[in-house]
Design a protein around this ligand. Structure first.
Ligand code: ZN
Length: 635
């Protein structure tokens, strides 16, 4: 169990403001005129009350030289309205050549379509005329090189340097940039695909992959479990496969696969823990694909095939909470899915809570508590960076905003703290049974925040009336300020680090006497992330001389150190920072470094120069994120 102590710093920073909770979900949007419809996905144009995709068939050629996917998508639809004469789909930056429609097994006939003007966030609605009884459409289309959901990686940017690499990132609303579709988590469908690639390369998807199949550049892949479009994923590269357990394995380039197999060898144990906590693993296999370093996220929970950054392979398993996290999504997110992006916390908060529970089971409570404490620090930073006060709540109105721009640690960490609060109140046994019941009762469904609240009231709150009032639940979910009785983790290991840092800062502990030999990367991060603002360049240089931090091979430690180096003006670190920013595309590392850089005119100039060079190597989502940081600094 986690101790119920109030971690002074986090509690003060997070609940110190006197914000009044805005309890009604409809009162959150200042700009929006209409009352919020919580059942509606405002990030999709799809008319899901008239048609719903049940099965999706892709037939695509992968053209690396033109950076284009070209072919067809067929949607098999459930017709919910007998009279509906128009099907509206989501697209962004795709060229539509032809659309055909059919009824049942009937023949295809060409039908008319229009593409609405492009909205900067949502893209262009594709409006297809549906003949009476039509319940299938087939669209011939091509993507554009700038498609936001695709990254075309040059051979030089891969580990092998010989072959190009392509991967998709569909969450949140990028599937529409490579598949005209009902791009909303409200709709789930099974899918199948025929993917044509250069002969030497292998195509894999978030589906049933067959590593033993012959490499002939013509791959047929099928996904038997229904998933929303944001979980449809494709990667094409010079991939090898290596099993690591009876239902898990690694896909990666040849030179990467071995290190990854060692780093992630505990995956099978994690699946077992996941099943004990949350019920059967319903996706048959859990494989992982290691991507080139430009991947903007740590991981993406694509079902059956998690996509991973190579930056988490550091040789000491210090980054494996990432695997626990992506695996936990097999229940929270992939099995029971947020209905709209307003409900994103349901995916991420529950997953973050489960991540730490898995880490406790496999690596011990001390490790779990360090992960929790680092997470709390991320929440403090997310609150400090929030541009809209409402973004500090769990569920909030996101109309008119890009989910990528809204993205922060808040739904992860505040969501985790909400789950921890409930666990503390009701006891672990009852809370575990409640969560498992939630997954079992809603498997393969999409749920809103309010569905969760209703289930919580019926299954947990009602079992002990008065223990947690409904108003407390509303405060957790809809209010900006953190509830004052949140339960924060306390890490004993970090307390020892704090004591050493304090003595070193006071000058009573010389640099050479800092006891860091046993530190994990977590302790290093905690040590560096909590250095005071007034630390001088001379003192930073002392640390660098002693511990060679500028050369730190661990990306997590390097990021924390680079922030200290930038803040203190420790110039010898700058060339290493530049190399790092040119090599790595993971936003968890890029964003804090760029944010630190842009605080001074010299730093901003450095950031602009490096970004101009690094930009083509970053994923479109990473590019947009750094662009926002630089633009905000210029205001
Ligand atoms: Zn996640």
């Amino acid at each position: 169990m986690m101790r119920a102590s109030k971690l002074a710093a986090a509690a003060l920073l997070l609940s110190g403001c006197a914000q009044q909770p805005s309890q009604a979900p409809s009162a959150t949007a200042a700009a929006a005129v209409e009352p919020l419809d919580i059942q509606r996905d405002y990030h999709s144009y799809a008319n899901t009350r008239e048609f719903r995709t049940e099965h999706l068939l892709l037939d695509l050629g992968v053209d690396f030289s033109r950076r284009v996917l070209e072919g067809t998508v067929e949607l098999r639809l459930q017709r919910l309205s007998a009279t509906a004469a128009e099907l509206v789909l989501d697209t962004r930056d795709v060229d539509i050549a032809q659309v055909e429609a059919a009824a049942g097994q009937g023949t295809w006939t060409a039908t008319t379509f229009t593409l609405d003007p492009r909205d900067a966030i949502l893209g262009s609605a594709l409006r297809i005329a549906m003949p009476p009884a039509a319940d299938r459409v087939r669209i011939r289309y091509a993507t554009r090189p700038e498609a936001s959901g695709l990254q075309w990686v040059t051979p030089e940017q891969t580990a092998g340097k010989k072959h190009p690499f392509l991967y998709t990132q569909s969450q949140a609303i990028h599937a529409r940039s490579w598949i005209p579709s009902q791009d909303t988590p409200l709709v789930r469908s099974t899918y199948e695909a025929r993917i044509r690639t250069p002969k030497q390369l292998l195509a894999v998807m978030s589906a049933v992959n067959r590593p033993e199949q012959k490499r002939d550049g013509d791959y047929r892949i099928r996904m038997p479990q229904p998933v929303p479009t944001y979980l449809i994923a494709l990667a094409v590269g010079d991939l090898k496969f290596r099993p690591i357990g009876k239902r898990s394995g690694i896909y990666a380039e040849r030179s990467v696969v071995r290190g990854a197999a060692y780093e992630f060898e505990d995956t099978e144990k994690m699946i077992d823990v996941g099943e004990r906590l949350m019920g059967p693993y319903r996706w048959s296999r859990y494989d992982m694909l290691v991507l080139p370093p430009s991947f903007p996220y740590g991981g993406m929970e694509n079902p059956r095939l998690t996509f991973l950054t190579p930056t988490s392979i550091v040789g000491d398993k210090s980054g494996v909470a990432l695997i626990a996290h992506e695996l936990a999504h097999s229940w929270s997110g992939n099995l029971v899915t947020n209905a709209t992006w307003r409900d994103f916390w349901l995916n991420e908060g529950t997953t973050t809570y489960l991540t730490y529970r898995i880490m406790d089971e496999i690596y011990g409570q001390a490790r779990g508590d360090m992960e929790r404490a680092l997470g709390q620090q991320q929440l403090v930073e997310a609150f400090a960076q929030a541009t809209h006060d409402g973004d500090k709540a769990l569920a909030f109105d996101q109309r008119g905003r890009d989910p990528d721009e809204v993205f922060s640690s808040t739904p992860y960490q505040r969501g985790h703290l909400f789950m921890t609060y409930l666990e503390t109140k009701f006891g672990r046994a009852r809370f575990d049974a409640f969560l498992r019941g939630w997954f079992d009762a809603h498997a393969f469904q999409s749920k809103t925040t309010e569905d969760f609240i209703a289930y919580l009231e019926a299954k947990l709150l009602a079992s002990d009336p008065g223990l947690v009032p409904r108003a407390k639940i509303d405060e957790w979910i809809y209010a900006s300020a953190m509830p004052a009785d949140a339960v924060y983790a306390q890490s004993d290991a970090f307390a020892k680090v704090d004591a050493q840092r304090a003595a070193w800062l006071a000058g009573t502990l010389p640099t050479a006497r800092l006891k860091t030999r046993q530190w994990t990367s977590h302790e290093w991060r905690h040590f560096l992330d909590n250095m005071p603002a007034e630390l001088t360049a001379a003192r930073a240089a002392e640390l660098d001389r002693q511990f060679k931090l500028t050369q730190a091979p661990n990306n997590y430690i390097a990021t924390s150190w680079f922030r200290v180096a930038i803040r203190t003006g420790h110039a010898p670190a700058l060339p290493a920072i530049e190399r790092f920013l040119l090599r790595v595309g993971r936003m968890l590392f890029l964003n804090p470094i760029y944010r630190e850089l842009v605080k001074t005119p010299d730093g901003l100039a450095f950031a602009q120069r490096v970004f101009a060079q690094a930009r083509p190597r970053y994923h479109p989502i990473g590019q947009a994120s750094v662009e926002r940081i630089i633009k905000d600094a210029q205001k």
